[in-house]
Design a protein around this ligand. Structure first.
Ligand code: 5GP
Length: 120
């Protein structure tokens, strides 16, 4: 498995603004926030994309969503609402080939149309 920016962030060789870590998951502020709160939630296991998850990853994917909800509460966006997004593959807009989920909130988010260049 090739190294990605996110594996280097997880091992600390690239700095990040960490908001959560346990043995399986690392979460940090996105370097180019698309909303007032924009956190990336990343499994430490280097799964390239959602298309590569297996049955054995079911608990991990569930735990990532529990972490998203916990961080939304801690970062003060749970009351107003928020969005959790996974971009999968080229057409999905994925730029870093290490599975990650975006937690976005803190403002009214635009509708997702699914058409390039016309969302948010
Ligand atoms: P994707 O487009 O793959 O769904 O999301 C990748 C995200 O990673 C983007 O929102 C981008 O801003 C963020 N990102 C890329 N490189 C870095 C980095 O070095 N540090 C941080 N904190 N975020 C990054």
């Amino acid at each position: 498995m090739s190294e990605t920016i996110f594996s280097k962030i997880i091992d600390g060789s690239i700095p990040s603004k960490k908001v959560f870590e346990n043995e399986r998951i690392y979460a940090f502020h996105d370097i180019q926030p698309a909303a007032p709160v924009h956190v990336l939630i990343v499994p430490k296991k280097p799964i390239p994309s959602l298309d590569d998850i297996a049955e054995e990853d079911a608990a991990l994917i569930g735990e990532i969503h529990l972490v998203a909800a916990k961080l939304a509460r801690e970062l003060g966006i749970a009351g107003g609402g928020y969005r959790v997004i996974n971009n999968c593959g080229d057409d999905g807009g994925q730029t870093v080939p290490h599975l990650h989920f975006h937690l976005l909130g803190g403002a009214k988010l635009g509708a997702l149309t699914g058409i390039s260049g016309s969302h948010n």
